[in-house]
Design a protein around this ligand. Structure first.
Ligand code: IPM
Ligand code: MG
Length: 389
C-alpha cells in the first residue's frame, strides 16, 4: 500500500481547523442572550433582497403587500424598509464570496430580512463553486430554526416543520475535501446547544398553539453519533413538555408515511436535522400545491430572515415565464414575518386572504405559464381580498 502520510497529515490539519471553528461556535451559542423583543425597539428595520432568477419578481410583490400592510407603522417610524442590492449570483461570483462584505454589513444593520431565492452553484455547472447564499446567511446571522408550515385544509393536513438550520450536513458543507484523488470526505455536525435550542422552539410552539404531538425524524439507526445525539437532546427537552406526545421516525419511512393518506393527517410537528428537513419540507409542500406555495421563517436570537422554500427557478426565466411565477411562497413568508415581529392580527388577516385566494375563491390561479395569472395580478388579488377580511 502506498504511504499516504503527507495527504493524511494535510487532511488532519484541515479537520482540526474545522473542529476548532465549530468549538468557537459552541462557545458563542453558550453565551447567547435572549430573542430580540421587537416591541422594545424604536424602529424595526426590514431589509429586502431580491435574489436571483424569479427572486426579484416574487420578492417585489411580497414586499409591496408587506409595505401596504405596515404602511401606518412606516408612517409612525416604527418600521423602516431598506432595499439591499448586490445579493446576485453575478456579484457573488465577482467577489468570490457567498455574501459580499458590503451586503453582509447591510444585512447586519437590519433586524429582519425578506429575501428572494438565490442561485446556488454546484460542482460542474460552470460557475465557481461558492457556498450557497442561503446557507451562508443562515450561518452568519445564526438563524438556527427553519420553520416551514404546510397545510391542505380539505385533507386535514396541518403540519409545521422545524428544521435545524445551522448544523448537520450544512455546517461545513463547503469545507469537505479530497484526501487523495480517490478519497473524498464531508462532515456532519451536531452540538448539544444546537439541538437543544431548535427542540425548545418546536416544543414551545406546540404548547402555545395547542399542538399535541411532535415527531422526531432522523436516521439515528445509521448515522449513530450525530443523529443519535440530536434524538437524545430532543428527548431531554420533550421531558419539559409532558402534555405533548413525542414519537420517533426514520427519515426514509417518514417520506413514505407522508404519502399515506390515512396516516399523514395525524402528524403535527416534525422536528428534524437540517438535511432531512430540507428534503422532507419539499415533499410536504408538494401536497399543498408545490414548493411555489410554501414560505419559511429562519429564526435566530438576534436576526430573522423570511424566504420561499424553493430556488431561483432559472428555467422559468430562460423560458420567459418569470412574470408568471407564484408569489405565494414569499407571501406565506410575509405571514410568518408579521407574526414574528408581533403583529399577529395582521399575520392572520394575510393568511386568511391567501387561503381565500388559493383554496376557496380561486378567482385567479397561478400555473407558472401564460395560461395562469401573473405574479403581479395575483398580488393585486390578494390585496383586494385583504380589504374584505
Ligand atoms: C432550501 C433550499 C436551500 C437549502 C438551498 C438553495 C441551498 O433548498 O431553503 O430548502 O438546501 O437549504
Ligand atoms: Mg430545500
Amino acid at each position: 500500500m502506498e504511504n499516504y502520510k503527507e495527504q493524511l497529515d494535510l487532511a488532519c490539519e484541515k479537520f482540526r481547523k474545522i473542529l476548532e471553528k465549530q468549538l468557537v461556535r459552541v462557545e458563542d451559542m453558550k453565551s447567547q442572550g435572549d430573542f430580540t423583543d421587537y416591541g422594545a425597539i424604536d424602529t424595526i428595520k426590514i431589509g429586502v433582497c431580491g435574489g436571483d432568477g424569479i427572486g426579484p419578481i416574487i420578492t417585489k410583490e411580497a414586499a409591496r403587500v408587506l409595505e401596504y400592510m405596515l404602511s401606518d407603522l412606516v408612517e409612525s417610524g416604527k418600521v423602516e424598509f431598506k432595499t439591499i442590492e448586490g445579493l446576485t449570483i453575478e456579484n457573488r461570483i465577482a467577489c468570490g464570496k457567498a455574501i459580499p462584505d458590503d451586503v453582509m454589513a447591510e444585512l447586519k444593520a437590519c433586524d429582519i430580512i425578506l429575501k428572494g431565492p438565490t442561485t446556488t452553484p454546484q460542482k460542474g455547472d460552470g460557475m465557481p463553486n461558492i457556498e450557497s447564499a442561503n446557507v451562508a446567511m443562515r450561518k452568519a446571522l445564526d438563524l438556527f430554526a427553519n420553520i416551514r408550515p404546510v397545510k391542505v385544509p380539505e385533507e386535514g393536513i396541518n403540519w409545521c416543520i422545524f428544521r435545524e438550520n445551522t448544523e448537520g450536513g450544512y455546517a461545513v458543507g463547503s469545507s469537505g475535501f479530497n484526501v487523495t484523488d480517490d478519497l473524498a470526505v464531508d462532515f456532519t455536525i451536531t452540538t448539544k446547544q444546537g439541538s437543544d435550542r431548535i427542540a425548545r422552539l418546536a416544543y414551545d410552539y406546540a404548547r402555545k398553539n395547542g399542538r399535541t404531538r411532535v415527531s422526531l425524524v432522523t436516521k439515528a439507526n445509521v448515522i449513530k453519533t450525530t443523529d443519535g445525539n440530536f434524538l437524545e437532546d430532543c428527548h431531554k427537552v420533550a421531558e419539559l413538555y409532558p402534555e405533548i406526545t413525542t414519537d420517533e421516525w426514520y427519515a426514509d419511512i417518514m417520506t413514505a408515511k407522508l404519502v399515506d393518506k390515512k396516516r399523514r393527517r395525524d402528524f403535527q410537528i416534525l422536528l428534524l436535522p437540517n438535511l432531512y428537513g430540507d428534503i422532507i419540507s419539499d415533499e410536504a409542500a408538494e401536497f399543498q400545491g408545490g414548493v411555489g406555495t410554501a414560505g419559511c421563517a429562519n429564526i435566530g436570537k438576534k436576526y430573522a430572515m423570511f424566504e420561499a422554500i424553493h430556488g431561483s427557478a432559472p428555467r422559468m426565466v430562460r423560458e420567459g415565464r418569470a412574470i408568471y411565477a407564484d408569489p405565494c411562497s414569499m407571501l406565506r413568508a410575509v405571514v410568518m414575518l408579521l407574526s414574528h415581529i408581533g403583529y399577529q392580527d395582521r399575520a392572520d388577516r394575510l393568511e386568511r386572504a391567501l387561503d381565500i385566494c388559493s383554496f376557496e375563491e380561486k378567482r385567479l390561479t397561478i400555473t407558472g405559464r401564460p395560461d395562469g395569472a401573473t405574479c403581479a395580478d395575483f398580488a393585486n388579488y390578494v390585496m383586494e381580498t385583504l380589504e374584505k377580511v
